[in-house]
Each structure stands twice: as C-alpha cells, then as structure tokens.
Design a protein around this ligand. Structure first.
Ligand SMILES: [Zn+2]
Length: 264
C-alpha cells in the first residue's frame, strides 16, 4: 500500500487517518510500513523544512487497539525499532541534521474502535459503519458509508451479500464492492460468508439503487482482458448502472455526476 501510494504521487505524510475494515492479513499487513514510513518521512521535514506534525489516527473494528499495541506499543514487535528513532544517541542527532528536535510525536497518535451503527467524522467526511458478513465469528468486519458535500461513497470491505451492506449502500453515488468469488465457485462453495460473486454484487447494487459500482478485491478472477470482460458482463446481467472492474491506481470522482477519472 505504502509503495503504491508513493508511486501514485501521494505524499504519505498527508494521510492523517487510517480506517480499517477488518484484520485479515491482506488488509493490515502493510500497517507497520505505512505508520513507520510516514513517521520517518515526517521527521525529515515537509515543505518549508517544518516537521509534518499531524498525529496519525487509526480507526477500525474491535481488536484494532490490540493490533496497534502489538505492533507499536512498548512490548510491540517494532518497540526496539521505535526506540532507536527516539534515542538521544541515534534518532536525536540524525533528525537534528534536518533541524528536527525532540519531543518527537508518537508513531500513532490515537486509536479508536468503532462498531456497526457508529458514525464518526474524518475531516470533512462523515463515516457510518455497518456490519459486513465476512468470516464471523472469527473476525469483526465492517463496511463504511462516507458522505461529504452531499456525495456518498460506500466501501463494502470484504463481505458476502448481507443486509448491513445493502442498507448502507442505499442510493450511493459510488459503491466499491468485494467481488472475490466466481459464480461457479459459489456453486461448489455453497452459502459460506466470505466474499461476493459478480451476480451478488449486481443484486446488492441494483437493490440499493447505486449509480456506479466498482468491483474490487477480484483477485481470484482471471486478471486478463477476457477475465475482466467476464466480470463486467456478469455484473451487467443484473445491474444496469455504471460498472467498473477496478485496476490498481484507478481514481474516481463523485462531483458533477459520477465518472471514472481514468487511470493515473
Ligand atoms: Zn478478508
């Protein structure tokens, strides 16, 4: 994630909040890289030579505090790494060469755990969390509805089709939806609450009246053009709004009608 963001020209220091949907490794494995890379980059100054001082917030479902503590806390796996950066004989002289002096900010400023039904604010964006259906009871998995300027984006996180995400997606301008089970696999798998098929994505999007659905997390489908076309057609069979099969690096805009801004 961190390298991808930098490759897209995003200054990771400018990201002040990380919002997690659930704690599967493919959704949190880069948290250490992001948090420590952001902190390190911040000490080396932003424009004007000033430290980029925004405290990082991490928000996620139950267990997020434990996750952060076990990574970055006093007994966490990065405790020694962090200690060197705060040390009087290592980090202090190193960052001093850039005019950055203690006290150094913590690598994570705050952690908040949220539950289905909660609303919270991140900058100008109002978030609402809902329960996704994904590997319960082992995990708590959340989906989020983001509202800003009257525009609505819904991110399903990982989920099988479920009432929580269907309600959350009501009239969304843009729905980013898990599409990680092929229909033929569903036939063999049965009704196991892991991911959604293209047909299930279509049913959720159509039922909720969304304007534009973006299939994400489709890594189990063939990624060549035929595979992508197959996904597109399978969703289009049940949904007549706008459909995009996401590629890494795509960006989308919600203002002035919904359109794909194109690959960056
Ligand atoms: Zn997952």
């Amino acid at each position: 994630v961190t390298n991808r963001l930098e490759g897209l020209g995003v200054d990771i220091r400018s990201i002040g909040t990380v919002v997690l949907t659930h704690h599967h490794w493919d959704h949190v494995a880069d948290l250490g890289h992001f948090v420590l890379g952001r902190w390190e980059a911040s000490q080396f100054g932003a424009a004007g030579g000033k430290r980029f001082a925004t405290a990082l917030s991490v928000i996620g479902p139950s267990g997020t505090r434990t996750l952060v503590d076990r990574l970055f806390g006093p007994a966490g796996i990065y405790a020694n790494c962090i200690a060197t950066r705060f040390a009087d004989d290592i980090g202090v002289p190193l960052y001093g060469t850039r005019g950055i002096r203690p006290p150094f900010p913590p690598v994570v400023g705050s952690v908040a755990e949220v539950s289905a039904g909660d609303t919270f604010q991140v900058g100008d964006i109002e978030f609402t969390a809902a329960a996704a259906e994904h590997c319960q009871p082992y995990l708590v998995s959340l989906a989020y509805r983001l509202v800003a300027d009257g525009r609505v984006l819904v991110f399903s996180g990982d989920t099988a089709p479920c009432d929580g995400v269907a309600s959350l997606a009501r009239d969304a301008d843009l729905l980013l939806h898990d599409c990680n089970v092929r229909d033929e696999v569903r036939a063999r798998l049965g009704r196991v609450s892991i991911h959604s098929t293209p047909g299930e994505v279509a049913a959720t999007a159509a039922g909720a009246g969304v304007r534009h659905v973006v299939a994400v997390h489709h890594g189990l489908a063939p990624s060549d053009e035929d595979g992508r076309r197959g996904l597109q057609e399978a969703i289009a069979a049940g949904f007549d709004g706008m459909i995009t099969i996401a590629r890494e690096g795509d960006s989308f805009c919600l203002g002035g009608g919904v359109s794909t801004c194109g690959d960056r």
